[in-house]
Design a protein around this ligand. Sequence first.
Ligand code: TRP
Length: 355
Amino acid sequence: MPPESLVAHVAEQLVRLCRVTGTAPAEPVRLVADVLGDAGPRALAAGPGWPSDVADDHSPVEFSVAFDRGGPPVLRLLAEAAVADPARVADLTPALAFLHRQSGRHKLCLSRLEQVRDLFTTERPQGLFGMWHSLILRDVPEFKVYLNPEIHGVAASRQVVREALDRLGAGPAYRVVERVLRPADRLTFFALDLEDAGTARIKLYVAQHGARLDEVAGAAAVVPGIDPAEVTAFCELAAGSAGPYVRRPILSSYTFTSGAARPVGYSVYVPIRSYVADDREAYDRACTLLARHGFDPAGLAAAVAALTRRPLEDGVGLLAHVSLRLGRPRPGVSVYLSSEAYRVSAPVPRRIAAQ
Ligand code: TRP
């Protein structure tokens, strides 16, 4: 019998993924039930309760496996707290309620969020989300929130981010990034670690619409210690071409810490699902990338097997993004995996995918 509710489906995948990463499953299962809230018991057959942008089929969750140097792979979950009113997806109330419920249990540090929250809040929110959560499922889970810089509209986003980073002591480092932003670039996510303020990081994600490879290199080059050639080689292999990348944007993320004059870390994300015919092709490329960066692809094989039994040729989008993390805190490769709770996207004929 297939599981009938969203939370049953996701929890089953989570338990199997925990086995792969060696994580105790009890707390991850509790967390996912809490974040899904009222959306959890909803029957899968009823379809998504709101059009969450976390995943293509509007599942409000996405898994990722982070391959790190010097440690086993780490399981993470991106989730959107149940949206009460589908007409107001960017309302922060349910997401904040989840954080407050968890903050006692897990000693979350909400002070930096409080310092900038007003900038990401409005009576008339715009865009596809207000706040998402990243749950890093180590034995003691770590929490991250994603805020929407475009909540006041696309045109206001650079001002919003500048003000937020100024308040958090990363204004000078943001100026360095601002100099390489292209007019077509969009500031899509502003992320905060909710750990103790001393070590916590701030991340800004830039979607580089239609970027050429040299423009991706330029975005990476402003971060000290990053080799742009490593970034472009990753993109070329993941996307299967030298660009320009027009189907869905490549993203760059910059990591900031308070007081640093420049960004301290950089990652690149390739929406691999838009550049392959099917998941077999995406999986093969991801295995090649993992091996190149010194990781055993067997971890990915096990994670994929934990999620689905369908043949990889039968759909596209199970592997949504692949990313390369460089610099602090940990270099490595991550693979973002869809839950496919509601739908599997049909594969694209190879002839079209190769164009
Ligand atoms: N589904 C959205 C997208 O693909 C948002 C998103 C989810 C995302 N996970 C991500 C974006 C990982 C970049 C990287 O754009």
